[in-house]
Design a protein around this ligand. Structure first.
Ligand code: MRU
Length: 362
């Protein structure tokens, strides 16, 4: 996507093939900071500590991380150890294991001398495929927005989104935002409600930043506001991303997604999930089996932001001594999902359709 007239992606391979450059998302929205990662351990830390985040993006980064590990040691044991280590960086988004397994499968049968270059090439392929996948998700989602624009020619189409499933969470386009960017490029009038997404505020700090750079009209709302906006008929459509979808269509996404799905159903608002097929996990029968990441309580008890002098500072919100619990994801049951917007088209969140999708994608 374009940032101030310059084409940018949140990840890119260094020309020498000895590292990657990423946007350090911890610094946004106050600073656009690029950092180079040249070792698998640096990639591990960047994923674990959320310098970069979003299911498709952590998959692509881990693929490059594995290739970097093979540049240092391409033996069977080093390959297996590096894959296992990177897989541990974050537990919930299945794209991480999906990308590592894909690179591992590709290089394991090869002579050690060939592995690093082939792995690098495969990581490039994963990254480029993600761009094409998200562009296709955008084309399919666009049809939904066109239908709403046709129904409401006198006002903008109003979309609510949660967390950041934008281009910062992928290699480009985003998943949930791809239809929005494509519609905006066609001149459609849109308004996006951006859930702030406590505790890490990916909506307020990342989605709002992206939409602002792209000139898409939007407003950040407190997480608690979505239900009210839906009751007031201020939301035409909800589109969110996902971190893992189980075989029965249950959707795991950023904490708070489930509450939006409940409110959407109660108010007759369509609730769509943008899902690249790399986020579908056919091995898990239902959402109950999806591991939910528990993050540090400090993300709940403290908040960072820019003060009146322009300095980024962290403040404590809670009383001394109050504990906090921080589950990072929740599961929205398939019955609350209107449809899954995939690169192959829009499918129902139900087992038979997802099985067919899995066969198509294989
Ligand atoms: O903890 P995060 O910021 O990595 O969580 C990301 C989300 O939940 C996104 O909505 C999801 O990964 C979809 S990204 C296209």
């Amino acid at each position: 996507m374009q940032v101030d007239g310059r084409a940018m992606r949140p990840i890119g391979a260094l020309a020498a093939g000895d590292g990657i450059e990423i946007i350090d998302q911890r610094a946004l929205p106050h600073e656009l900071k690029l950092v180079e990662l040249r070792t698998p351990e640096a990639v591990f830390t960047a994923i674990r500590d959320m310098w970069l985040r979003g299911a498709p993006l952590i998959g692509a980064a881990a693929a490059y991380g594995l290739a970097l590990a093979l540049r240092a040691d391409a033996s069977d044991s080093a390959l297996d150890a590096a894959a296992a280590r990177l897989r541990e960086a974050r537990p919930t988004a299945v794209n991480l294991a999906w990308a590592i397994d894909r690179v591992h499968r590709c290089v394991r049968p090869l002579a050690a001398s060939l592995r690093a270059d082939v792995a690098w090439h495969e990581a490039d392929a994963i990254a480029e495929e993600d761009v094409a996948t998200n562009a296709a998700i955008g084309r399919h989602g666009l049809a939904l927005l066109h239908e709403l624009a046709r129904r409401h020619p006198d006002r903008p189409v109003r979309v609510l989104t949660h967390c950041n499933a934008g281009w910062l969470a992928t290699v480009d386009w985003g998943t949930a935002t791809s239809p929005i960017y494509q519609a905006h490029a066609q001149g459609m009038r849109l308004h996006v409600w951006v859930d702030e997404t406590r505790p890490r505020n990916q909506g307020a700090s990342l989605t709002a930043w992206e939409l602002g750079r792209a000139g898409v009209p939007h407003a950040v709302v407190a997480d608690n506001a979505g239900g009210h906006l839906m009751q007031q008929r201020q939301v035409d459509l909800v589109i969110v991303g996902c971190d893992r979808v189980a075989a029965n269509g249950d959707v795991c996404n950023k904490i708070g997604t489930y509450l939006k799905a409940l409110a959407a159903q109660d108010n007759g608002v369509p609730f769509y999930v943008a899902m690249p097929s790399s986020t579908f996990d056919a091995t898990l029968p239902s959402g109950d089996a999806i591991p939910i990441e528990e993050r540090t309580a400090r993300e709940v008890t403290h908040l960072a932001g820019r003060d009146s002098r322009g300095r980024v500072v962290e403040v404590q919100l809670t009383p001394d001594g109050s504990g906090a619990v921080n589950p990072a994801f929740d599961v929205t049951p398939a019955r609350l999902v209107t449809g899954l917007i995939t690169e192959h088209g829009i499918v129902a969140a139900e087992a038979a359709e997802l099985r067919r999708l899995g066969e198509h994608a294989a």
